[in-house]
Write a protein that binds this ligand. Structure first.
Ligand code: BGC
Length: 365
């Protein structure tokens, strides 16, 4: 067992609040929240690492947030169904303080749907990785509310997983909803097929012009979050030609010296290479190599390159940052962000989670 793996688990456990939420980054004041998106990947990593109790407490924490907003969920569904627009006060937020309250109103966009899909996916994985554990009624009720909410709202433009571009419908967001609704069907037997089929068709139609998935419709470039379409959300097979071409585009445009960037025009902290994305790409290569052992595409070297890159970028105390200021897209933006929010977030718990996933998946034959 290596030190970075061991420390990653310790860092996550140390930064889980007694109530169950995981703080996104303890040393970065702007990230003193728990996001469903980050937290769900963290809980999955903890389940893989055998830390089921930690994952369970996170899922309980999410269920409390959702169930206490039951009336809001019902009201938003009715409103959208009748064609009305929702205001910021009428949606489920994407991030919460650790005590479960909403953040400051109005100063940070909250309408992001991907994290709810990711949560349903992680909850189902939690159940699969703990076959002896029955999910409580509280968890199942929250899952039902989230599934109903996504089934009604899925087609609305919203902020993407990087909290940007609110006027678009994002392939990664759609895929997370697809994966989440499938997971809910597996959990409860309730079918969401009409919605998931439509999402899949829409994604394939949007990829038709370029032969690969794109950041969002009419934007020809790729975004690293498109890896999620295959793993973990399975809206497309790992070795589907469209997915392979998407990965090729990612490799040729936003992978620099083995570190993966979010997208080529990203300016956040200058647009460096992200630890969690490099590990995510490694996870994709691992699953592809397992599915297609005959695919001779240097996959083992690529997996090793992702691992080595992440390990080489751990900092004092084995902390993994959110991103690394190397090969910046627009270097002048680096200091702008440092002045605004301080040094790059580190440790970022989501980075540690993705490393745990990469480490464990690459160790299992
Ligand atoms: C990222 C989000 C993430 C949040 C907390 C933001 O900069 O764009 O994806 O959820 O940080 O880690």
């Amino acid at each position: 067992m290596n030190d970075l793996y061991q420390r990653s688990i310790e860092i996550i456990l140390k930064n889980q609040s007694p109530s169950g939420g995981y703080i996104a980054s303890p040393n970065f004041p702007t990230y003193h929240y728990c996001w469903f998106r980050d937290g769900s990947f963290i809980a999955y990593a903890m389940d893989l690492a055998g830390e089921h109790e930690s994952a369970h407490r996170f899922h309980q924490w999410v269920a409390e947030r959702v169930n206490e907003r039951k009336d809001l969920v019902h009201a938003s569904i009715i409103k959208v169904h009748s064609g009305e627009k929702l205001t910021e006060a009428e949606i489920l937020h994407t991030r919460y303080r650790l005590d479960g309250t909403d953040g400051e109103p109005g100063n940070w966009p909250n309408f992001q749907l991907d994290g709810f899909g990711t949560w349903l996916w992680a909850l189902n994985e939690h159940r699969k990785l703990n076959p002896a554990t029955e999910l409580s009624q509280e968890l199942l009720s929250a899952a039902e509310l989230v599934a109903d909410y996504l089934s009604e709202l899925w087609m609305l433009p919203c902020y993407d997983c990087w909290e940007e571009f609110p006027d678009n419908v994002h392939p990664h967001t759609l895929a997370a909803i697809y994966g989440g609704l499938h997971a809910h069907t597996e959990l409860t037997g309730k079918s969401h097929q009409a919605v998931t089929d439509t999402i899949q068709k829409q994604l394939l139609a949007d990829a038709k012009a370029s032969g690969h998935f794109v950041k969002f419709p009419n934007s020809p470039a790729v975004d690293a979050s498109l890896v999620g379409l295959a793993i973990p959300y399975s809206v497309i097979a790992l070795d589907d030609p469209i997915m392979l071409k998407t990965i090729e585009q990612i490799e040729s445009t936003i992978l620099h010296e083995n570190g993966l960037h979010r997208y080529s025009k990203d300016t956040y902290y200058g647009g460096g290479a992200w630890v969690l994305l490099t590990a995510w790409l490694g996870w994709y290569y691992i699953e592809l190599a397992k599915k297609c052992p005959d695919l001779n595409d240097g996959l083992q070297q690529k997996i090793q390159a992702c691992k080595t890159w992440v390990e080489a970028h751990s900092q004092a105390g084995f902390a993994l940052p959110e991103q690394v200021a190397e090969n910046l897209n627009v270097s002048s933006y680096y200091s702008t962000w440092v002045e605004r929010w301080g040094d790059i977030a580190s440790p970022l718990l989501w980075s540690h989670a993705k490393y745990i996933i990469l480490y464990l998946k690459s160790s299992v034959p």
